[in-house]
Design a protein around this ligand. Structure first.
Ligand SMILES: C[S@@+](CC[C@H](N)C(=O)[O-])C[C@H]1O[C@@H](n2cnc3c(N)ncnc32)[C@H](O)[C@@H]1O
Length: 343
């Protein structure tokens, strides 16, 4: 679809915004980043829609329609209805099929101090759209247009959802327990700066999300390994032919030669993935020893975990350089993205 210059909103897991901005700038040359706020990035571009969908670090894409102001009290919702009545929609690409009677839904979020709920705000906005366009309220399962209203303090951002779950889940894949959402896996890959000459490994590959995302860029080799036979079978079914999946203990990477891997990206057990009584300090220590052995000099790793002391102790004992880069908000926990180097 040819769209002209438009403003889009991309959403990411909170904490991964700067990685997504780096991807937007690289994949959409000339894109202008207008604003970034907790998990939302507003950017302007004249790139065609097909090219914009090549963004892989983002969960969803929206067409940004309006940036309104809103007061904090319930009696300000009438102003919101008036504002929505005067929003101009029908000239916008993606909305040209809209007609009186179109079924629409508005999902609202709210942060800040207000005396109204997000549902009341969505209702007030819907009232304005019904007056202006004769749109009718749809349901989650039955609607033509899915709008979003994000209220942050005095600001109200209105947008149209352009992607659905098949975008962030890359169509149909089987995910194991503890699997990352593909856009989060992709953000880790993007941070690793993928290059065609890479020899790549994810030694805790689970259902293969990270290696599948890595396979979207050329590499010399891409290997995923996991201790569990069942999980290895799931990973094999999820990845394309250019990815090799093997069953292996990350603490004893027997199939991997010394100094043969220059890039590791992984999501070792953390949070609820850690079994009760499991000695995570020992697991990380032994894995770091193996990582030190298989990494080339100058090779690097990107790891996601909330086990701060285990990772720091393992890095210190192996003399690998370790830097804490981003804290992200995921499943109610705050894991950290680490970058590790072998100097
Ligand atoms: C957090 S999950 C990884 C999820 C994966 N990133 C995904 O998106 O599907 C951690 C994985 O580590 C594996 N694991 C645990 N201990 C291991 C070990 N010693 N060696 C290799 N894999 C191990 C588990 O079987 C599990 O699949």
């Amino acid at each position: 679809m040819q769209t002209g210059s438009l403003t889009y909103m991309a959403t990411t897991a909170p904490g991964l915004g700067s990685i997504a901005i780096s991807e937007i700038s690289a994949k959409l040359p000339g894109a202008w980043i207008q604003n970034q706020m907790r998990g939302r990035i507003l950017f302007n571009t004249d790139a065609p829609w097909g090219q914009i969908q090549e963004l892989k670090c983002v969960d969803n894409l929206y067409l940004h329609i309006a940036w309104l102001k809103i007061g904090p009290h319930r009696n300000h919702l009438g102003d919101l209805t008036d504002d929505f009545e005067s929003i101009s929609l029908l000239d916008l690409p993606f909305l040209r099929r809209a007609r009186p009677g179109s079924k629409v839904i508005i999902n609202a979020s709210r942060s800040g101090k207000h005396t109204f709920s997000r549902f009341e705000a969505a209702k007030a906005a819907m009232k304005g759209l019904a007056k202006a366009y004769k749109f009718t309220p749809g349901t989650v399962d039955d609607h033509e247009f899915n709008f979003r209203l994000d209220i942050v303090d005095q600001d109200a951002l209105f947008s149209l959802k352009l992607t659905d779950s098949t975008f962030r889940f890359r169509g149909q894949r089987d995910f194991s327990k503890g699997a990352l959402r593909p856009p989060i896996a992709h953000a880790l890959i993007w941070l690793s700066n993928p290059k065609p000459e890479d020899t790549f490994l994810d030694p805790f590959c689970g259902s293969g999300t990270i290696v599948a995302e890595r396979s979207l860029y050329t590499a010399q080799s891409i290997i995923g390994s996991d201790l569990s036979k069942n999980i290895v079978a799931i990973a094999k079914a999820n990845v394309p032919d250019n990815v090799e999946i093997v069953q292996m203990d990350a603490c004893s990477l027997t199939d991997i030669a010394d100094e043969s891997i220059n890039s590791i990206v992984s999501n070792p057990p953390w949070g609820k993935q850690v079994a009760q009584g499991e000695d995570i300090g020992k697991l990380y220590m032994q894995f770091f020893q193996e990582m030190n052995r298989v990494l080339t000099k100058g090779g690097s790793a990107v790891l996601l975990t909330d086990r701060k002391s285990a990772i720091q102790a393992a890095a210190e004992s192996t003399n690998l350089q370790c830097q804490e880069l981003y804290t992200i908000s995921l499943h109610g926990l705050l894991p950290v993205v680490y970058q590790i180097w072998k100097t």
